[in-house]
Design a protein around this ligand. Structure first.
Ligand code: SF4
Length: 385
């Protein structure tokens, strides 16, 4: 009996993505994302093939510019992998990508950046029509750090789940209304509890829509694996989820471990090796770090994330959240909710306290500055432990 026979599954639609199929009772697909520069065709094709060989049913590439899109198209023809591209703000790139790739992910929260005079419905209609003409699937990818600003203001500031779910439901309904049903949805946050809440709420409203599960910026192993495992256990054991990604901060040569970990988590849940009754332990430092992708601005990012984790270990009795992000695309927004946030630029690191900027510092000075800020935070909190 296979892993999938042992897991309950929601009756979702079948969505073909290249040579694989998501939903409709098909085996849960483990996917991953390249962290190399998309424009470096040779290296990225090598990593995409490595991830595919490790068992990734879909491999994602980040695409921010026409040059990236041209490289992604070339890579899609060089490798066996089913390539999904991740559009950032430039939604029009979908036109040249759709004929070459198996799936396109768009983020509803980024559609307003380019051509603000064009409404999001028109943009989605265009993306869906290019996808439809090219036999390509879509993912509506909602991310906690970049939720559609039109949705955020409608709920109290402490409620981050409702705007995410509302945005996902709105896009699902709109795609259905224009006759495009070849899409999956994802609702990601770096907090596993919020991932569980958002996906449960969406699945309760739209049990027919296949879901891509992930805890974004889960961080370094083993903590990042634990956060992801907790979320996946509670969702997959209820039949929620058709494809998964484990987002881990790993050096490029070890990126395949995301895929291995995904398969292992699926096997463990199917075999009942779960810790669902155990709440994710929140005391002590919580290091959030992005899994890195082609947008990383300095290769020192993974070392920096590891150094921050080591530094935090001496503050084990203090509840401090530190976010470490690889680039300016998501770094500024996705560090806002952390006590202290770092995001990488090519030759310096930006440091933040909540949403307030504390300046930028060279790579060889940032840890010292971070430590000062941790200590000042602890001192200001008094004897919190
Ligand atoms: S923060 Fe930047 S580098 Fe990290 S995964 Fe997100 S887009 Fe990529």
């Amino acid at each position: 009996m296979s892993t999938d026979d042992l897991l309950p599954r929601n009756h979702t639609r079948s969505i073909r993505v290249g040579t694989t199929t998501l939903g409709g009772g098909h085996p849960i697909v483990v996917q991953s994302m390249c962290a190399t520069s998309t424009r470096d065709v040779k290296t990225t094709a090598g990593q995409a093939q490595q991830l595919s060989d490790a068992g990734a049913g879909i491999v994602r590439l980040a695409v921010d510019s026409k040059k990236d899109a041209e490289a992604a198209n070339e890579i899609a023809h060089l490798v066996d992998a089913n390539i999904c591209v991740d559009l950032q703000e430039n939604w029009r790139l979908a036109r040249i990508l759709a004929p070459n790739v198996a799936k396109i992910r768009y983020n509803p929260g980024h559609l307003h950046h380019h051509e603000p005079s064009v409404c999001w419905q028109d943009k989605v209609k265009r993306i869906a029509s290019w996808a439809s003409d090219s036999d390509t699937a879509l993912r509506v990818g909602i991310n906690c750090g970049s939720v559609d600003p039109a949705k955020v203001g409608s709920w109290p500031p402490g409620d981050s789940v409702s705007p995410m779910v509302a945005s996902a439901l709105e896009h699902a309904e709109f795609l259905d209304s224009i006759g495009f049903d070849r899409y999956v949805v994802s609702l990601k946050d770096s907090d596993p509890d919020l991932v569980i809440a958002a996906n449960r709420q969406f699945a309760a409203e739209r049990p027919d829509v296949p879901l891509h599960l992930g805890v974004t910026e889960a961080g370094l192993p083993p903590d990042g694996v634990i956060k992801t495992r907790v979320a996946f256990e509670q969702l997959l054991s209820q039949g929620i989820g058709d494809t998964i990604r484990v987002s881990l901060t790993l050096p490029n040569q070890l990126k395949y471990q995301e895929v291995d970990t995904g398969h292992q988590i699926l096997k463990d849940i199917a075999a009942g090796r779960v810790r669902s009754v155990v709440q994710y332990q929140r005391s002590g430092p919580n290091i959030i770090s992005c899994p890195s992708c082609s947008r990383v601005e300095n290769e020192a990012f993974v070392d920096l994330a590891q150094d921050v984790k080591r530094l935090s270990e001496q503050y084990s009795t203090h509840d401090i959240t530190i976010a470490v992000m690889g680039c300016r695309v998501n770094g500024p927004g996705e560090t806002d909710d952390a006590d202290l946030g770092l995001w990488c630029a090519p030759s310096f690191v930006n440091l933040k306290k909540g949403s307030e900027s504390l300046g930028s510092f060279p790579y060889d000075e940032i840890l010292e500055k971070l430590q000062q800020e941790i200590e000042s935070l602890i001192q200001n909190r008094g004897s919190v432990s």
